[in-house]
Design a protein around this ligand. Sequence first.
Ligand code: SF4
Length: 391
Amino acid sequence: VCPTGAITPKPDIDKVWSEIYDPDKVVVAQIAPAVRVAVGEMFGFEAGEVTTGRLVAAIKMMGFDQVYDTSFAADLTVLEETNEFIQRKSDGGKLPLITSCCPAWVKYAEQFYPELLGNVSSCRSPQQMFGAVARKTLPEYLGVKPENLVIVSIMPCTAKKFEATREEFSTDGRPDVDYVITTQELGRMIKETGVRFSDLEPESLDMPMGFKTGAGVIFGATGGVSEAVLRYAGERLTGEKLSDSDFHEVRGSEGIREYEAVIGETTLKMVIVNGLGNARKVLEDVRKGKSDYDFIEVMACPGGCVAGAGQPVSWDADARTKRAGGLYKSDKRHQLHNPQDNPYVQKTYSETLGEPGSHAAHELLHTKYRNRRRISGISLETDAKADTAGM
Ligand code: SF4
């Protein structure tokens, strides 16, 4: 069930099959980080086992033309969000900066904390950054007419379906992401194809948007965004490469975790929150002006995206921890760990975006939010109590 309780899952499986069977269409997939450590559970693998290669092979066998990685866009998100954070910190802008990658949290803020929307990062989520960059660059790269490019997201989450339909995330009236299917729905599609998932030979993701650093992969666990931000902020604030990219202090499963990072001359007071009940506790203090955090990471699902509502249902009480562990192991296996080192992200900046925070980057990678409290006409107190009851 969606953590906001406001989003009805819409299966798009039949529509995706129709696009795949249409010979004029070029259908590309983006795979979110958390999917790779959970989809295997539907085919007899242990929770947390990283099955990216088999996943790519299965998706290609189903008829998709290209398979890319949302983690590429997560690397991009870190550069934009960290840039925004450092700018606000240095020029006295609005702090704390609150992350914006989780659409269920963003909608919750729009409904219950519209007065804090100025604190929410203007960055699109990785799913929507991917959609915008893919729409702009892939038609030429793949030699396909823009109208024939179909972008499908494979997400751990039902809230991502809602996010893809927001009018802010469309270009010339067409959504930047055409369809969103969940991990469970993808598993069903693989079964419909009759593929024996465990027997597949792993295949590699397609370039350029299949390349990512470990920072883009750990986004799927609570604390992952904060750690990725620290990996870039460390270098931006000191001008030196980090000797160690791991920030174990921000990892874990507690609902509210504080961390004070001292980077050069700068101290960053961070808090990592997962679960909307915990978010409410932290945000009430921000609303009352009683908080001194610089940065707040919020994920609506307890544990982060590894435990999203679109992930396979598991009877293993440790599944969430094992899935997160799989992401950290995957980070270790990557050649690069810091998002600023991703050569394809660098190429995207040099050819299309300029630099983090540029006008072009704002046009393509940032967004605005709505005050939904006024639209819904429901008072804060009434809604806040209803939300607490549903936790
Ligand atoms: Fe979706 Fe949950 Fe991740 Fe938020 S935390 S993006 S609701 S899976």
